[in-house]
Write a protein that binds this ligand. Structure first.
Ligand code: DON
Length: 305
């Protein structure tokens, strides 16, 4: 029988409680600015849906860019390789909200996890489904088994109010013909997507299909084995932006962060993780979150390397 992850999680939570430097919550989205950086939760989900957790692992937080993994998977499942004509899969080496490469590269964003790339993916999903954010929410509810998951209207409104940069990205890409929906419609969908509140337990479970090589919680297939490998690979190389090299070095797993302080990670064939702590480093990744994942792979030896 495989060993329970519970003692490892408890050891990590104890270590994280003593962490002196915890970073600062994102304040460019006012609704996220008041989060307490001392909060910490972590969950591990096995392939069969067994979940272990510690600290605030059942507390809902703002998922933000973590959702970019799920919209990528949902788009890839529907559109297949044609998606890659609209978004690349190379690390950008730039901040998540950067505009600089877009003009040199004719409105094709470097990867699906920077904001520009996520806008393209949501645009494609909305074109195909007519309801990108609803489709994402349905998926997260089904995979987590939590029907209470929903949009946080205050967070979505707060982002809309401060949405100039994402609006600039959307309009700029539209000028190259790489956005098909009206930009205001796309922004509404994207901000709803980012506003979804979910816990570490919910997100660890929802990420399970990436550890099960494309198979959903109900046994049906979302992605081919090859597509699941591709999403994991893009998470490893691009999921933490201009810190992806350091994340791979420290954690050694495909991972995706959000400015709400959440990070999901995948041990293919074994388990999925989600950690949450709202204090961020200057690149937008949770300080305690990265440290906790670093400790998890170091203690357990579970990494892709
Ligand atoms: O569009 C934004 O800026 C946010 N809704 C999401 C950014 C984010 O989470 C980046 N992650 N580290």
């Amino acid at each position: 029988m495989l060993q329970s992850f519970q003692p490892v999680l408890e050891r990590i939570a104890e270590e994280m409680a003593g962490l002196a430097v915890r970073g600062r919550p994102a304040d460019y989205i006012p609704a996220l600015a008041s989060a307490d950086p001392r909060r910490f939760g972590m969950a591990v989900a096995e392939l069969d849906g067994t979940v272990y957790g510690v600290g605030d692992w059942q507390h809902p937080f703002s998922t933000q860019s973590v959702t970019k993994v799920f919209t990528l998977a949902l788009s890839l499942a529907r559109e297949g390789d044609a998606l890659w004509e609209h978004v690349g899969r190379e690390p950008s080496g730039n901040p998540f909200n950067s505009l600089v490469q877009l003009e040199y590269e004719n409105g094709i964003p470097r990867n699906p996890f920077i904001n520009a790339g996520a806008l393209v993916v949501t645009d494609r999903l909305h074109r195909l489904t007519g309801d990108a954010s609803g489709c994402l929410l349905d998926f997260l509810r089904a995979e987590s088994g939590n029907q209470d998951l929903g949009f946080d209207r205050d967070v979505a409104a707060s982002e809309t109010e401060r949405g100039d940069r994402n609006a600039a990205l959307g309009h700029f890409m539209a000028s190259y013909g790489n956005i098909v929906n009206p930009v205001p419609t796309l922004l509404r969908e994207y901000f709803r997507q980012c506003s979804i509140a979910a816990s570490c337990a919910d997100l660890a479970l929802a990420t399970g299909f990436l550890a099960r090589h494309g198979i959903r919680a109900d046994g049906s297939r979302l992605l081919t084995r090859s597509q699941a490998k591709q999403v994991n690979a893009v998470m490893l190389t691009c999921g933490t932006y201009d810190a992806a090299g350091d994340f791979a070095y420290r954690v050694g797993l495909p991972g995706k962060s959000g400015v709400g302080g959440g990070i999901i990670a995948v041990v293919p064939g074994r388990c999925t993780l989600c950690v949450w702590s709202p204090g961020l480093d200057e690149r937008g990744n949770s300080v305690a979150g990265v440290a906790a994942l670093d400790r998890f792979t170091t203690i357990t030896g579970l990494s892709v390397f």
